[in-house]
Design a protein around this ligand. Structure first.
Ligand SMILES: Cc1cc2nc3c(=O)[nH]c(=O)nc-3n(C[C@H](O)[C@H](O)[C@H](O)COP(=O)(O)OP(=O)(O)OC[C@H]3O[C@@H](n4cnc5c(N)ncnc54)[C@H](O)[C@@H]3O)c2cc1C
Length: 373
């Protein structure tokens, strides 16, 4: 039986950012991760730090996302100093490319709503001619774009590796390869069982992505999470041509180009499909015609962790005092706020009134969701 102060279930971006933040505050932390057989959004995402449009319909989430990207330089410097890993943070602003007038009008409407709510919310609307000067190589099929100086990107795999390494340097105990199958909550905290391992702790953090549905049920809470599949294509390395990320095409620090942004409800199928890949490739080539001559080298599907309204859940669980449920759909964008604000809140070091907006009880559970997991 291992004994620790806080057990974190889930070694993805959310769990590792939180574990890192807790360990920096001097907590003893143990992370349990199921490993390669689990669904792992943190290993299949697009790497954007995306702000524009986030929080449409929920202003507190827009503010939370902005706070998160403001904290990103601090997280990137800490990780570089502690691990030597440069996560390739780039906060140069990002473009949402629109291939029809209707798409552009919808994007502008959403951004205007956010500007009205937040006041300070910088963005520009560019028609194709102006856009071509800012983003050379953009195709004539792009009618226009919204630019936000708040957007950026990182290398998400380097980020995950840096968080793992930083956690280990901070003394976090990582147990990988077994799924947590049992949680017992008692007066003295929690006992978590994964394979042959048992861990006792005062606090417990559920950060298991889609696995939170099942884990929440162990503690008497229904967690309304659904998978949403995204497919991503990757090209061979090409000369640098794209100095800013766009929401559908992003050139990585290694020279490859990622193409994506599909969303499908296909249950827990994390494969790929020719039809969706063809749509993604077609849109990318219309956005940047030069990509028509570039070879694709990889493709994958991965499952997003989605709540019914798409916004995060950060909840201290009423039926299991000392346990916290964390679920989010933008774990790259939010990594810095998870490490540098959410973890201190969980450790009881700071008040964080903002998280009240992300409580679990905002959902009216449909009966089938109530019994999920
Ligand atoms: C196609 C796609 C593109 C995306 N693009 C972006 C983007 O550009 N920017 C952005 O900010 N976000 C993006 N995201 C979302 C981002 O990847 C996720 O928000 C983030 O990875 C979620 O991290 P997580 O740690 O909550 O979940 P996961 O990465 O799924 O990790 C959960 C972990 O929990 C473990 N686990 C599960 N159940 C158990 C159990 N019972 N016991 C032990 N361990 C368990 C698993 O092994 C896994 O490692 C994208 C997601 C997808 C799918």
């Amino acid at each position: 039986m291992h004994k620790t102060q806080t057990t974190v279930i889930g070694g993805g971006l959310l769990g590792m950012a939180t574990a890192y933040g807790l360990a920096r505050l001097g907590q003893k932390v143990c992370v349990l991760d199921e490993g390669d057989t689990a669904f792992r959004a943190s290993r299949g995402n697009f790497g954007l730090l995306w702000v524009q449009g986030k929080g449409y319909g929920m202003a507190p989430y827009a503010r939370w996302t902005r706070q998160a990207v403001a904290l990103w330089p601090e997280l990137a410097s800490l990780l570089l100093a502690e691990t030597g890993i440069d996560v390739q943070l780039r906060q140069s602003g990002g473009f949402q490319l629109c291939l029809s007038e209707a798409e552009l009008a919808e994007e502008v409407r959403r951004l205007q709503w956010l500007k009205d709510e937040l006041g300070d919310y910088p963005f520009e609307v560019l028609r194709n001619a102006q856009l071509s000067q800012r983003l050379p190589g953009v195709g004539p099929a792009v009618v226009g774009a919204c630019y936000s100086p708040m957007d950026g990107d990182v290398n998400p795999l380097k980020l995950l590796r840096a968080l793992h390494q930083a956690c280990q340097l901070q003394g976090v105990h990582l147990l990988s390869g077994d799924k947590v199958m049992g949680i017992e909550a008692g007066d003295n905290g929690f006992v978590v069982t994964a394979g042959e391992q048992q861990v006792r702790s005062e606090q417990l953090v559920l950060a298991a992505g889609l696995g939170n549905r099942e884990l929440g049920a162990h503690l008497g809470h229904a967690i309304p999470l659904q998978p949403s599949r995204g497919q991503i294509l990757v090209t061979e390395r090409v000369e640098p041509f794209l100095s800013h990320p766009t929401s559908t095409v992003r050139q990585t620090d290694e020279g490859t180009v990622q193409l994506g942004d599909s969303a499908e409800s296909v249950g827990f199928d994390d494969g790929t499909s020719t039809a969706v890949m063809a749509d993604i490739a077609d849109r990318a080539v219309r956005s940047f015609p030069r990509l028509g001559n570039v070879r694709l080298v990889r493709a994958w599907g991965a499952l997003r962790v989605l709540t019914p309204d798409g916004f995060p859940i950060y909840q201290s669980l009423s039926k299991a005092p000392g346990a916290y449920l964390l679920s989010c759909h933008s774990g790259v964008t939010l990594a810095a706020i998870h490490a540098l604000r959410l973890a201190p809140w969980i450790a009881g070091k700071i008040a964080l009134p903002e998280v009240a907006a992300f409580a679990l009880d905002r959902f009216n559970f449909a009966p089938e969701v109530r019994h999920a997991g």
